[in-house]
Design a protein around this ligand. Structure first.
Ligand code: PGA
Length: 252
């Protein structure tokens, strides 16, 4: 099996202004200097520039939480991939469940954004995941595989390899309820099989798939022990340098 570099991404959501971002990095950067996992922080737009300056020459990368698929134009309130690239961002979260739920993102807009991110050499972290009702109805796998298939529509194999997926069951986000490692592995393994089916084994082995939803220092080891889980997309526990460091150093 090809080895994939573990990826820990912090999704700060609408938290951490410029001052808080700089304070976080002052304490976080020295701690993680020697770590070998890939680390990404995704601050809100207004904190990206300050973070980018502070991250120069470090082993922590920058990601945005959303973007528009067009390069420029009359889209009030939106940010373009060129603007993110300029900072520079390396990653962008696409289709987070909060964006799908509260800001009307659809599988189609998610697909447009992924294509645009790839075109501009931003690695998309594509979020998928079921609601509690869907899990209880027993349609988790079907629903999530549908989201994956629609996300990948019209994307070539070589490009698909650069995508990172994040499986985030909606009922586990910010609730303190983590999916069990075995449940997360079941869905993440199914996503890898789906990618193999849509492309081939080589693409499936290259794509990194993260788990997200109440990841904390106490459960990261168990999740990372699963064969197909390549890292985590971390919300609440990524806001404090101490706890995000504890997650990033899970293997020490
Ligand atoms: P959480 O959020 O870690 O606070 O549950 C994860 C996410 O929404 O990406």
């Amino acid at each position: 099996m090809m080895s994939r570099i573990p990826l820990m991404a912090g999704n700060w959501k609408m938290n951490n202004d410029k001052r808080e971002t700089l304070d976080f990095l002052s304490s976080f950067l020295p701690k993680v200097k020697e770590l070998t996992v890939e680390i990404v922080i995704c601050p809100p737009f207004t904190s990206l520039y300050a973070a980018a300056e502070k991250l120069v020459g470090t082993n922590v990368k920058l990601g945005a939480q959303n973007m528009h698929w067009e390069e420029k134009g009359a889209f009030t309130g939106e940010v373009s991939p060129l603007m993110l690239k300029e900072l520079p961002c390396d990653y962008v979260i696409i289709g987070h469940s909060e964006r799908r739920q509260y800001f009307a993102e659809t599988d189609e807009t998610v697909n447009n954004k992924i294509k645009s991110a790839l075109k501009h050499e931003l690695a998309p972290i594509v979020c998928v995941g079921e609601t509690l009702e869907q899990r209880e109805e027993g349609i988790t796998i079907d629903f999530v595989m549908g989201q994956v298939e629609k996300a990948l529509k019209g994307i070539e194999a070589e490009e698909a390899k650069k995508i990172v997926f994040a499986y985030e069951p909606i009922w586990a986000i910010g609730t303190g309820k983590t999916a069990s490692a075995a449940d997360a592995q079941e869905v993440i393994g199914a996503i890898r099989n789906k990618i193999s089916e849509l492309y081939n084994k080589e693409v499936a082995e290259a794509v990194r798939i993260l788990y997200g939803g109440s990841v904390k220092p106490e459960n990261i080891k168990e999740l990372m022990a699963e064969a197909d889980i390549d890292g985590a997309l971390v919300g609440g526990a990524s806001l404090k340098a101490e706890s995000f460091y504890a997650i990033c150093s899970f293997n020490l």
